[in-house]
Design a protein around this ligand. Structure first.
Ligand SMILES: Cc1ncc(COP(=O)(O)O)c(C=O)c1O
Length: 398
């Protein structure tokens, strides 16, 4: 080894938060000095079930004593356990799942399946959509900032305005393999779909034989007050993709398909070395125990209502800096009149970790364990920061 070799660095894709995290538990993280933070960032929403949730840790630890790797070609008890628990939370017409490691990978597989089943090559996604950054997922991710310089994408995508009934009705036709739909847009700005729009979308897909892929990667698994965010809209997906919260912090994702689709997929058409890893399945199994055993959706709904009420008060008090409260359940935010980066930095200094959505939304993705005291701390801290805010600090209007 060359003693003079340069120090190795992570490619700086992520904007540094200038914070060294040393441990985490429940809804909190601590930095290297021992300072505690309320975590409303949760690793882009992953730690929704709380950091190191004891049920999930216990399930993973138990599995570590048995077997740590096995592909889906082999049967394992943990796969049976995860499937049996998942079957209780998936729509009754979905008997097929495939496990992967990240949301993007799940989106990729869903798109591959839609391409194969329909024989079509075009996709529809929405303005402000976010479905990931691998090439297929990036084809259906709207933000030009992420796409620039990476074309051509594998498949042509038409980006339709979200919540526009006429636009979606005329865009879906017999050439479209699938529509990718977030029931509540996350990264794009915390905009929920309207019932009317969701109904028009499903009808258009049914009429054209187009597959409806519902992306529950961020909103799913209890965060919005239902197990799946699309349940608020009374619609039935053809394919669900999920990830983030499902593994309580362990990298997991999943594609679930309707039986009419799953039955048509064949050996060798897809695969993944680590997808469905036994530790990941143990994490999912523990995660579902928490989700159901602790009635996470109800708690999320209740805490979300309380937090949303507090955020509305902040918006009323600070009209010079804010526009509105956005989101649902514990996927909430405040739309600011400027880029929230500086506000996020100041909140971090005061012990509150948040993130951004779109260009102007201060996004909060807390764990469902958030207490009344946490909600009070959260709103007081945001209130404090916005009270001292001078319009010239915020930069230009987004
Ligand atoms: C709705 C949605 N889909 C897909 C993804 C991509 O997931 P991953 O970053 O795990 O690849 C994300 C990530 O934020 C997301 O929010």
């Amino acid at each position: 080894m060359n003693a003079l070799s340069k120090s190795l660095k992570i490619i700086p894709f992520a904007k540094p938060r200038l914070l060294r995290l040393s441990r985490a538990y429940g809804q909190y993280v601590w930095d290297e000095t021992g300072k505690k933070y309320l975590d409303c960032h949760t690793g882009h929403g992953v730690a929704f079930l709380g950091h190191r949730n004891p049920r999930i840790v216990e399930s993973i630890m138990r599995q570590m004593e048995l077997i740590m790797t096995a592909t889906p070609a082999f049967q394992t008890d943990i796969a049976d356990e995860a499937l049996s628990k998942l079957s209780k939370i998936l729509p009754s017409d979905m008997d097929y799942v495939f496990f992967l490691n990240s949301g993007s990978e799940a989106v990729e597989l869903a798109m591959k399946i839609a391409r194969k089943i329909t024989g079509r090559k075009r996709f529809i996604a929405f303005r402000n959509s976010f479905h990931g950054r691998t090439m297929g997922a990036l084809s259906v991710t709207w933000n030009p900032k992420y796409r620039e310089g990476y074309d051509p994408f594998p498949w042509e995508t038409n980006f339709v305005p979200y919540n526009d009934v006429n636009a979606i009705t005329s865009a879906v036709d017999g050439s479209v393999a699938a529509v990718l739909f977030e029931p509540l847009q996350g990264e794009g700005g915390l905009t929920p779909a309207t019932q009317e729009f969701a109904k028009a979308l499903t009808e258009a897909c049914e009429k054209a034989g187009t597959i409806l892929i519902i992306d529950e990667v961020q909103a799913g698994f209890g965060r919005t007050g239902k197990i799946w965010a699309h349940e608020h809209l009374n619609i039935g997906p053809d394919i669900i993709v999920a990830g983030k919260s499902m593994g309580g912090g362990f990298p997991v994702s999943m594609v679930a398909t309707k039986n009419s689709i799953g039955e048509r997929l064949r050996e060798g058409e897809h695969g993944s070395t680590h997808g469905g890893n036994p530790l990941a399945l143990a994490a999912i199994s523990g995660g579902i125990d928490v989700l159901i055993g602790d009635d996470v959706p109800s708690k999320s709904s209740l805490a979300g209502e309380k937090l949303s009420r507090e955020l509305k008060k902040i918006v009323e008090c600070h009209t010079h800096a804010t526009r509105s409260v956005k989101g649902k359940g514990l996927m909430l935010g405040i739309e600011l009149r400027f880029n929230p980066d500086e506000v996020i930095r100041e909140l971090q200094r005061k012990g509150l970790l948040c993130l951004k959505a779109g260009t102007s939304v201060l996004r909060l993705l807390p764990p469902y364990l958030i207490t009344d005291d946490d909600i009070a701390f959260c709103s007081e801290t945001i209130n404090d920061v916005l009270s001292g805010w001078k319009p010239e600090r915020g930069g230009s209007e987004p």
